[in-house]
Design a protein around this ligand. Structure first.
Ligand SMILES: Cc1cc2nc3c(=O)[nH]c(=O)nc-3n(C[C@H](O)[C@H](O)[C@H](O)COP(=O)(O)O)c2cc1C
Length: 332
């Protein structure tokens, strides 16, 4: 480690103290996760949208919420918020995001609503420590300003921390378009209504146009034991095509679309893409589920933010130490 890096590590330790964990932590969690719930407030009675929302874009930071039937004139209003709560026990409030409605995506079911953020509160850490994390994050953004192609505001960065309080499963995306193919990890995704999944891909990477051209994908859940091999495939986001014989694990055809999926997949969801929207740093895909198959049991590779992992280690008896510290995920 260079002297410069050693000094930065010492300063980070002084600033963050016992809360000095990686920004993105790997955890193994059973599917569906049952530790955090996400509630939509401000439209009628609060509604549990834990499995009806997805991160749609990093810059501007945008969240998509689906589910219920909402008259458009009731989607506006200052009190709209997403609240992140402990699901069991005391149901403690962990964080909240103030929402501003910015768009609607129609599906053959209920419409999906897009929201940007107008406020962000995080209760996982005492205020002083939280601001130490914010300060450290601002420093990282400044340090990477010339190398990172996505510029995100402080508010977006704080909102991203909150979003990763809710454990986000990582999947491997299999895609084939003509003679090009690829497989890469993705964690900006979620079920947005019954029968629809949505996901966000960096608009500047080659993975996004490949998926758009293919029109369908298979998402494979990853056992925690395979998290490292899946993470290594992050570089495939930048590749035009990856031959299947170069994939470091055995695959087999998915049931409906015959896309090559890892033999170790715990669950395989096959999707037809219905809507594609370029929202800024990320292109947002909404897709209809054509087959959802469980193939195994076990803890699934998921990611949470280090700030929530600190809270978790203090308050949850079942919180394991992260399997591996993952350095800040550039797209977020
Ligand atoms: C576990 C994991 C999950 C990722 N999820 C997404 C995602 O949901 N959307 C996306 O556009 N990129 C995603 N990426 C890609 C990264 O943001 C990044 O572009 C890629 O790993 C290349 O990184 P590099 O520029 O450091 O080489 C993911 C990467 C990893 C390793």
């Amino acid at each position: 480690m260079s002297v410069k890096h050693s000094i930065a590590a010492v300063l980070r330790q002084v600033l963050l103290g016992k809360t000095n964990l990686p920004q993105q932590c790997t955890v193994g969690i059973h599917d569906p996760q049952t530790e955090v719930s996400v509630w939509l407030h401000g439209i009628g009675a609060p509604r549990d949208v834990t499995f009806e929302h997805s991160i749609a874009c990093a810059a501007p930071f945008t969240i998509c919420v689906g589910g219920g039937e909402w008259p458009l004139n009731r989607v506006t209003g200052k009190r709209l918020a997403l609240k992140f709560r402990e699901r069991d026990g005391e149901k403690r409030l962990l964080a909240e995001l103030g929402l501003r409605h910015t768009g609607t995506i129609l599906t053959n079911g209920p419409g999906l609503r897009l929201f940007q953020i107008h406020g962000c509160k995080n209760y996982c850490l005492p205020k002083g420590r939280l601001w130490a994390h914010y300060l450290h994050q601002s420093y990282l953004r400044w340090r990477h300003k010339n190398t990172s192609h996505i510029r995100i505001s402080s508010r977006a960065a704080h909102a991203m921390i909150v979003s990763f309080i809710c454990p986000r499963p990582v999947v491997l995306v299999s895609v084939v378009s003509g003679d090009r193919s690829n497989i890469f990890p993705m964690n900006l995704l979620g079920m947005v209504s019954e029968g629809h999944f949505a996901f966000a891909l960096d608009s500047t990477r080659l993975a996004a146009p490949l998926v758009a051209g293919a029109g369908s994908v298979a998402l494979s859940s990853i056992p925690i034991e395979q998290s490292e091999v899946a993470r290594q495939l992050g570089k495939n986001h930048k590749k035009e095509s990856v031959p299947w014989n170069q994939i470091p694990f055995p695959t087999r055809p998915s049931t409906a679309l015959s896309l090559p999926v890892p033999c170790f997949a715990l669950r395989v969801i096959e999707l037809h893409i219905e809507t594609i929207r370029n929202l800024g740093s990320h292109t947002f895909f909404v897709a209809r589920v054509i087959r959802d198959e469980r193939r195994g049991e076990g803890r699934q590779f998921s990611m949470i933010h280090g700030v929530y992992q600190v809270w978790r280690l203090t308050h949850r008896h079942d919180a394991a130490v992260p399997a591996a510290g993952i350095p800040v995920h550039r797209a977020v």
